[in-house]
Design a protein around this ligand. Structure first.
Ligand SMILES: [Zn+2]
Ligand SMILES: [Zn+2]
Length: 103
């Protein structure tokens, strides 16, 4: 984990908003776990960001932006395996291709 204040105020202390805290019968802190990401800067109160999560987050978004893997269909005429993304006809023989699962 690498927390930084979203306002870059330089604060070094943060509070986890969704943490479960284990305590003993007298209420003394024993342990904790982060139930859900969500932190604020204790210096200025702004939301804090976990930089270690950002690359994975961006990676996930980048993946989602990619077109879904094009369906591959066999040309009914020449049986060439064609990736149907933009072209809707067989590049080998020019036969129109049917994409399964259409409307
Ligand atoms: Zn701050
Ligand atoms: Zn073909």
């Amino acid at each position: 984990m690498l927390l930084v204040c979203s306002r870059r105020c330089g604060g070094k202390l943060f509070r986890a908003l969704f943490a479960e805290v284990d305590i003993d019968s007298s209420g003394a802190y024993l342990d904790h776990r982060i139930a859900q990401a969500g932190y604020i800067c204790l210096n200025c109160g702004s939301p804090a960001l976990d930089l270690s999560e950002v690359p994975a987050e961006m990676q996930r978004e980048a993946d989602e932006e990619k077109a879904p893997p094009g369906a591959a269909v066999l040309c009914p005429v020449c049986e060439t395996l064609v990736q149907v993304d933009s072209a809707m006809e067989c590049p080998n023989c020019g036969a129109p291709l049917e994409v399964a699962g259409g409307t």
